[in-house]
Design a protein around this ligand. Structure first.
Ligand SMILES: C[C@@H](O)C(=O)SC[C@H](NC(=O)CC[C@H](N)C(=O)O)C(=O)NCC(=O)O
Ligand code: NI
Length: 146
């Protein structure tokens, strides 16, 4: 079995593409519009996984935009989407300049959390740092309401 994608329903497709593509650097690799179903699907891949994703559409994020407005009550059971980034400080600066809140800044140099326009938590991890949170980080209060 292989992991393929995570689907996220978005309220505003343009705002989401600005966030995931222009700000985070993901690349649109496929789009499907359904007149009958009244929705648009957009598959996004990370630049470092583009070749693989173009072959198998995985790993990707599948943005689902329903043309008719719906309320999406955020399920507490969904945690976050995590990305390994080249330079977490440079990316956080860019994110802050774009007016996006950094809910948990990269204090210990390797992990930050932000939220998408739909309030989806996004974890940013410095590429060459260990995945497991360092002890000091675990005891740090987070700045956002999680
Ligand atoms: C292309 C493949 O990866 C899909 O996930 S299509 C799944 C399909 N999606 C839709 O119908 C999109 C519009 C729908 N109104 C919705 O918001 O999901 C589907 O079966 N969706 C149901 C689901 O729970 O994912
Ligand atoms: Ni899907």
């Amino acid at each position: 079995m292989n992991f393929l994608h995570t689907m996220v329903r978005v309220k505003d497709l343009d705002a989401s593409l600005k966030f995931y593509c222009d700000l985070l650097g993901l690349v649109e690799i496929k789009r499907k519009e359904s007149e009958k179903g009244r929705f648009t699907l957009v598959f996004l891949a990370a630049p470092g996984q583009l070749e693989q994703a173009q072959d198998t559409f995985s790993p990707t994020i599948e943005l689902t935009y329903n043309w008719d407005t719906e309320e999406y009550t955020g399920g507490r059971n969904f945690g976050h989407l995590a990305f390994a980034v080249d330079d977490i400080y440079a990316l956080c600066d860019k994110i802050q300049q774009a007016g996006v809140t950094i809910n948990r800044p990269p204090r210990c140099g390797h992990m930050a959390f932000i939220k998408s326009p739909d309030g989806i938590s996004i974890e940013l991890l410095q590429k060459d740092k260990p995945l497991e949170p360092q002890e000091p980080w675990l005891s740090m209060p987070n700045t956002g309401s999680w």
